[in-house]
Write a protein that binds this ligand. Structure first.
Ligand code: HEM
Length: 202
């Protein structure tokens, strides 16, 4: 019997490896913090590399990995959010309007947080790729960079919390295991309350 009978492939291996590596690197950066600065910075390099790679994959990757598949107009996102709270949201195969917008916000948040961190590191420790640019910069601006990095990190942590809450809520609302889908790559073709797959509803 086919192991994936009744299922459909949604997430390619690149997306899945990217996702769980990102969780690992962001987790390490968060736990290492300032106390283990070297590890924190190395994890930050990992995050930048992963996000840049994902941006490229969003242009040339498989169908559901492409940005063109999950960029929705603001009105569509708002209507979807309204439907979500009343448990009427349609089931999407790839990223839906809320999830898709969150993916873009997360990628931007992670990139800005990591790059601002590297710039601050360059100014404070005279190390890393930005060190040369930071020679002679007034300490006021180095301090400002630290604040910017902290605010961005806090904002991105908030987005991650919302992302995980959204995944759990959506899994519950549609009676499907989205976490398992991000591990195996497969989603059920139909679920009990959403027999037809909704796609391309932009
Ligand atoms: C550091 C924490 C996390 C970050 C930065 C993060 C980031 C992301 C990103 C960028 C995507 C889009 C994947 C892509 O299209 O390439 C995504 C999707 C996803 N993430 Fe996370 N994630 C985090 C933690 C988690 C955790 C803890 C879970 C499980 C509870 C989770 C479950 C998922 C699922 C199920 C999807 C697919 C959502 C859908 O079906 O539309 N993520 N995440």
């Amino acid at each position: 019997m086919d192991r994936h009978e009744g299922e459909i492939k949604v997430w390619d291996p690149v997306v899945r490896v990217f996702h769980w590596s990102l969780v690992l690197f962001v987790g390490i950066a968060f736990l290492a913090g300032e106390d283990y600065l070297k590890l924190h910075v190395q994890a930050g390099y990992g995050v930048i590399a992963l996000v840049l790679f994902r941006l490229l994959w969003g242009l040339v990757g498989t169908r559901h990995a492409r940005f063109s598949e999950f960029m929705y107009r603001p009105r569509v996102v708002l209507n979807y959010l309204k439907d979500l709270v009343t448990f009427r949201a349609k089931r999407y195969l790839g990223h839906g309007p809320a999830g898709g917008s969150m993916v873009i916000a997360l990628l931007l948040g992670l990139l800005l947080t990591s790059v601002s961190g590297l710039a601050f590191y360059g100014g404070k420790k005279m190390a890393g790729p930005f060190a040369g640019m930071m020679v002679g910069v007034d300490p006021f601006w180095i301090k400002a960079l630290e604040e910017v990095h902290e605010v961005l990190a806090g904002g991105t942590a908030l987005l991650i919390g919302l992302h995980v809450a959204g995944v759990l809520f959506s899994s519950f609302a549609h009676r499907e295991n989205l976490i398992k889908a991000m591990i195996t790559g497969y989603k059920p073709k139909a679920t009990a309350d959403a027999p037809a797959l909704e796609e391309g509803l932009r």
